[in-house]
Design a protein around this ligand. Structure first.
Ligand code: HEC
Ligand code: HEC
Ligand code: HEC
Ligand code: HEC
Length: 192
């Protein structure tokens, strides 16, 4: 009896773990959101893994008391805000094994997509926000904490106290669409 309930208990755990959405990568989103993908590709979020390399943004690093010639691309204190899904399922591990997850991509702001991408596919224009959030989709324009995972965060060397230009006024920063992708011109952002 005890063995049985133990087995049942383990099964529940396995299911709970499986139930968590995984990171699938920007290329998967690109298959349906091509224009957003192409715009994002040129944004600073997409390229921000590179600033961790030696010799990049020397002035800013010096200002923050960092060593401009040091390689920070494998530094646990840095990587998580410059990649997608650090140490989470499907997310960034290191630049060798998961190069496609380097940089701040779709799922950093929209949540890990393995489940809601299926919803988008199945229901197209017919889904409710609530259904999407239940599957792990995040809405950075409704919820400041999506951006605060990285911005105005005590763990970031680049914050308001270092220089006023790093102040994060959420509503204002949301307007900087070149930092991620423009608003769709038509009603839909869906394009092949
Ligand atoms: C199989 C196609 C498909 C895939 C894959 C897909 N989507 Fe979508 N997505 C859609 C469609 C269709 C819509 C609804 C039409 C629209 O809003 O333009 C949508 C809507 C959205 C919306 C707006 C949601 C809302 O409530 O207004 C966001 C944000 C989004 N997708 C992000 C993503 C991200 C991020 C990924 C990758 C993790 C992804 N999608 C993968 C087809 C897809
Ligand atoms: C908690 C998240 C977080 C962590 C941890 C973090 N960063 Fe960043 N980093 C950011 C954000 C957010 C910005 C953008 C700040 C802005 O422009 O307002 C940024 C910007 C930068 C920049 C560009 C600054 C400029 O003005 O050009 C560099 C370089 C950088 N980070 C390096 C690092 C290094 C090195 C570490 C580790 C010592 C690190 N970051 C840790 C979130 C983080
Ligand atoms: C830095 C954060 C950020 C990144 C990175 C990002 N987005 Fe968005 N996206 C947003 C915000 C904020 C909105 C406004 C609506 C919301 O709250 O989700 C949005 C809206 C959308 C929409 C709905 C239409 C629109 O533009 O309002 C789609 C579709 C979408 N994003 C897809 C993507 C895809 C695909 C990627 C990656 C190629 C991506 N996004 C990367 C922040 C981001
Ligand atoms: C996973 C971490 C992360 C998340 C989540 C995130 N950002 Fe960023 N953001 C960064 C980093 C790192 C930079 C620095 C880019 C660089 O200079 O290389 C940045 C830069 C920016 C910039 C400056 C871009 C420029 O070209 O000057 C804006 C604006 C911005 N983010 C807005 C947002 C908004 C709005 C959200 C939420 C919808 C958001 N970010 C979510 C990490 C993040």
């Amino acid at each position: 009896m005890q063995v049985l309930s133990m087995a049942f208990f383990l099964m529940m755990i396995v299911q709970a773990v499986e139930a968590k959405p995984k990171y699938i990568g920007a290329a998967k989103c690109a298959s349906c959101h091509k224009s957003n993908y192409l715009a994002w590709k040129t944004s600073s979020h997409a390229k921000t893994f590179k600033v961790l390399k030696p010799g990049k943004r020397k002035k800013a690093k010096r200002l923050a008391g960092l060593d401009p010639d040091k390689d920070y691309t494998a530094d646990k204190k840095c990587v998580k805000c410059h990649v997608t899904g650090y140490r989470k399922k499907g997310g960034f591990k290191d630049i060798k094994s998961t190069p496609q997850m380097a940089g701040v991509s779709c799922e950093s702001c929209h949540g890990p997509g393995s489940k809601y991408a299926v919803l988008h596919d199945e229901k197209m224009y017919g889904f409710e926000k609530r259904e999407a959030t239940d599957l792990g989709q995040l809405y950075g324009a409704d919820d400041e904490t999506v951006c605060l995972q990285c911005h105005a965060n005590k763990e970031s060397p680049f914050h308001e106290k270092l220089d006023k230009k790093y102040k994060f006024d959420w509503k204002e920063k949301l307007k900087v669409r070149k930092a991620y992708h423009p608003k769709p011109r038509g009603k839909s952002s869906f394009s092949f």
